[in-house]
Design a protein around this ligand. Sequence first.
Ligand SMILES: [Zn+2]
Ligand SMILES: [Zn+2]
Length: 382
Amino acid sequence: MTEKDYYEILEVSKTATGDEIKKSFRRLAMQYHPDRNPGNKEAEARFKEINEAYEVLKDDQKRAAYDRYGHAAFQNGGMGGGNPFGGFNFDFGGAAGGFADIFADVFSEFMGGGRGRKQSYAQRGQDVRYNLSITLEEAFSGLEKEISFPSTETCATCHGHGTKDGSEAPVCPHCGGSGKVRLQQGFFVVEQSCPQCKGTGRLVKDACPDCKGKGFINKNKVIKVKIPAGIEDGTRMRVEGAGEAGIRGGENGDLYVFVNVKGHKLYERDGASLYTRIPISMCCAALGGKIEIPAINGNKIELTIAPGAQTDQVVKVKGQGMPVVRTERRGDLFVKLRVETPVNLSARQKELLEEFRSIGKEDSCQPEAKSFFDKIKDLFAA
Ligand SMILES: [Zn+2]
Ligand SMILES: [Zn+2]
């Protein structure tokens, strides 16, 4: 709890009106709100102070006590017998954190909420998320997939009204149709979902027997989704109206299909480009030749290796990558070569290789290209 003057904290005079205090509080709270100052401890401390000061000065009774006794009014043994802020945790971990709950009454007005508003009768259904995992081959060719997921459907008996006779559901008398009730807890007012209508704002006495008054029934939905060729990992596809049923005539929610493209044992992908590593024999590397490599579409591609190929050399195969979504274009395939050293040589092979070595320029294991050690020497000479 701060020892600073509450009026100073809120940057108002001691004679400020309630409106002036409120205005100043809003301005400062917006300025120092942790969401706007991530990681700024000073702003967070400031924000707490501002809220603490406002909690007192916005209330005429508390303000009068503060004017008379200062901070002592709110310390143990003071007004109300106990620190009203004791045990009160400000949690700014998530987006807006406890902020929204505590100051809902102040902020709802200028955040466009407006407390106590009657909920509109028809309500849009919930959106549904579906995670779809496909292989790289499927992403290459595109596909139509039937998916099934738990959802809701408008009750046909009551046409979504939830009433036995299918008429419009009456407004909940407990909350006046807002679906929310406010409870006083100490100094704080807590808003809760109306326990009578469970937050719907409507209370059905004579409920439809088929949906028990909810206006919808749980049902597994089965729909076909078309995945375009070349779809990228992490793509989100929206299927309008395929989400949960709208309530009391509201429109349906949407279905969002999140596409995950699984990894591949041979290819790596970056956009429309594909990458792979292919081993070639030492002789092929030295003398050149042709090799066959598998393409993503299942075909085989003939690749010409030029003489003198090296490990990590990349050969580009044009147009053998992934398709670019909704175009006729295809990316390229990049093949990285890896020269394999022969093992388990026969006596004859050894003989030939020894001979090969002996007619080389140097009878050593250093390659002909400028050696690593020469490079080191250059480095020291410089
Ligand atoms: Zn019904
Ligand atoms: Zn209610």
